[in-house]
Design a protein. Structure first.
Length: 446
C-alpha cells in the first residue's frame, strides 16, 4: 500500500502493546485503515510468566518478543506503523495525543490499551521497599533483591542480623502472590542448598500476607483452601485476614484479624496486593469527562467506547468493563483472555462504525482460572460448555497449567525455550537465570 493511499484512510491509533493492543492491531490489519501502534517499550510481554523471570526460572527473552517481530506479518501489509514512545497527554477535542511531552499525533479512532500499574492504596512511599511486578524492569529488580538477600545473609555473622535477610514477605494472595511465594520457597528449599557455606537456605522463611480471609479469592472457597494447604506443604507461612499498616527498609507491620499489630522483620518485601489503571486513564477522563472507578479504570459503555466519544475505546486492564450476556451484566476480570477478547471486540466495533452499522455490546467468554502454587501443585477452575465447572488441583492441574501457558506464549522459539528451561529445572532444580549484573540494593539501608 502506498503512502498516498494511506493518507486518505481513517487513522486508527492503538496505545499499548499488551494482549488487548496486539489483538486489536491484528484484527484491524486486513481492513482499509491506517494503524499506528504506540508503546513505551519495544517488546510485547507475556505477563502471566513474568514472575518466573523475577525468580530466575526463565530469562527475559523467553517471555517477551520485539513488537515489530510479533507483528511482522501485519507490518508487511503496509498499513501499520509502530512507534516506541510514551504518551503523555490526550486531547479528545482535537483528536490527538502528545508523545514524550511535545510531539502531537492525530487520530480518527483511538483504542486505549495502556494496562495497569501498582496500587499501594495511598501509601506510594511503600514502593521503594516493596516493588511490584508489571514490567521486565520490575522483574530484574526483584530478582536482584532476592538473590542479593541470600548473598547478604552469607556475609552476616550475627544470627539476629541474618534472619531478616532470610525472611521474604509477599503481600497479596492473588495468583501473582501465590505463584511468587511458592516459587521462592522452592528456590530456598531445593535450588540453593549446598551453595552457601555460612547459611542454610532451607531455614529461610517465606511469608504470604493476604488482607482477605482466603488466598485466590477469584476461585471457589474449596480451591482457595486447597491452594493454602499446598502452599503450607511447600513451607510457605500463609497469613490471611492480615492488613498491612506499614512497610519500611527493615520490615512489615500488619494488623491481625483480632486487631493486634505484628511486626515482621524482613529485608525483601514483594508487593502483589493491588493494581490501578494506567495514568492515561486519568488523562482521558480529564479530556473527555469519562468516569473512573476506585482503581482508576475508565468506566466504558457496553460496546467498550467512552461515553459521548464513540471514536475512543478502552480495553484491557484499563477498562472497567462489563460482560453483556444472559442475565445481568457482570464485571470483566483483569486477565489476559479478557484483554484479548476486548481487543478483538473493539476492532470489530470500529469497523462496524466505518460501515455505518450499529456496534455490539461486549460479551466475555470465561474459560476459567488457572493458578500454580509450586512444583506439582496448582488449581484449575474451567468452564466447559455443556458440562459446567470442571475443578481440580494437584499434579494434574499443574501439568494443565504448564501446557496451557506454553500454548499461549507468542512464537515457536519462546515455547521451545520455556519447555527446555522448565524440563531442566524440573529434573535438576537448577535456575540458570540467577545471574544478576548489578544488584540494586542502594534504596534500602544496610
Amino acid at each position: 500500500m502506498s503512502a498516498g493511499r494511506r493518507a486518505g484512510l481513517p487513522k486508527v491509533l492503538v496505545i499499548g502493546c499488551g494482549f488487548g493492543g496486539i489483538e486489536a492491531v491484528r484484527a484491524l490489519s486486513k481492513a482499509e485503515v491506517d494503524i499506528t501502534l504506540v508503546d513505551r517499550t519495544n517488546h510485547h510481554l507475556f505477563q502471566p510468566l513474568l514472575y518466573q523471570v523475577a525468580t530466575a526460572g526463565l530469562s527475559a527473552p523467553a517471555v517477551s518478543a520485539p513488537i515489530r517481530h510479533v507483528l511482522r506479518r501485519e507490518m508487511r501489509r503496509g498499513n501499520l506503523t509502530v512507534l516506541k514512545a510514551e504518551v503523555s497527554g490526550i486531547d479528545a477535542a482535537a483528536r490527538q495525543v502528545t508523545l514524550d511531552g511535545h510531539e502531537a499525533l492525530a487520530y480518527d479512532h483511538l483504542i486505549l490499551a495502556a494496562g495497569a500499574t501498582h496500587s499501594y492504596f495511598g501509601h506510594d512511599d511503600w514502593a521503594v521497599h516493596a516493588p511490584g511486578l508489571k514490567t521486565l524492569a520490575d522483574a530484574f529488580d526483584i530478582r536482584a533483591r532476592v538473590i542479593g538477600a541470600f548473598e547478604r545473609a552469607e556475609r552476616c555473622t550475627d544470627p539476629a542480623q541474618r534472619a531478616p535477610w532470610q525472611t521474604f514477605v509477599v503481600i497479596g494472595g492473588g495468583p501473582t502472590g501465590v505463584e511468587m511465594a511458592g516459587t521462592m520457597s522452592e528456590i530456598a528449599q531445593h535450588t540453593l542448598p549446598q551453595e552457601f557455606r555460612r547459611i542454610d537456605s532451607t531455614h529461610s522463611r517465606i511469608v504470604l500476607l493476604e488482607g482477605s480471609e482466603r488466598v485466590l479469592g477469584s476461585f471457589v472457597p474449596a480451591q482457595s483452601e486447597q491452594a493454602r494447604v499446598q502452599l503450607q506443604k511447600l513451607g510457605v507461612e500463609v497469613r490471611t485476614g492480615c492488613k498491612v499498616t506499614a512497610i519500611d527498609a527493615a520490615g512489615v507491620s500488619y494488623e491481625t484479624p483480632d486487631g493486634q499489630t505484628q511486626r515482621l522483620p524482613s529485608r525483601t518485601v514483594i508487593w502483589a496486593a493491588g493494581v490501578a489503571g494506567s495514568p492515561l486513564g486519568r488523562a482521558l477522563a480529564h479530556s473527555t469527562g469519562a468516569a473512573l472507578d476506585r482503581a482508576g479504570r475508565v468506566i466504558v459503555e457496553p460496546d467498550l467506547s467512552v461515553a459521548d466519544h464513540p471514536e475512543i475505546a478502552v480495553i484491557g486492564d484499563l477498562a472497567a468493563a462489563k460482560s453483556h450476556g444472559a442475565g445481568e451484566p457482570k464485571p470483566v476480570p483483569g486477565v489476559s483472555p479478557a484483554a484479548k477478547q476486548m481487543g478483538r471486540a473493539a476492532a470489530a466495533n470500529l469497523l462496524r462504525r466505518l460501515r455505518g452499522e450499529p456496534t455490539r455490546a461486549f460479551r466475555y467468554v470465561d474459560y476459567g482460572n488457572l493458578a500454580t502454587v509450586g512444583r506439582k501443585a496448582a488449581v484449575v477452575d474451567l468452564s466447559v460448555p455443556g458440562l459446567g465447572a470442571l475443578r481440580f488441583s494437584g499434579l494434574l492441574a499443574w501439568l494443565f497449567w504448564l501446557f496451557a501457558h506454553i500454548y499461549f506464549l507468542i512464537g515457536f522459539r519462546n515455547r521451545l525455550m520455556v519447555m527446555i528451561d522448565w524440563a531442566w529445572s524440573y529434573t535438576t532444580y537448577e535456575r540458570n537465570a540467577r545471574v544478576v549484573a548489578e544488584p540494586r540494593l542502594q534504596d534500602r539501608k544496610t
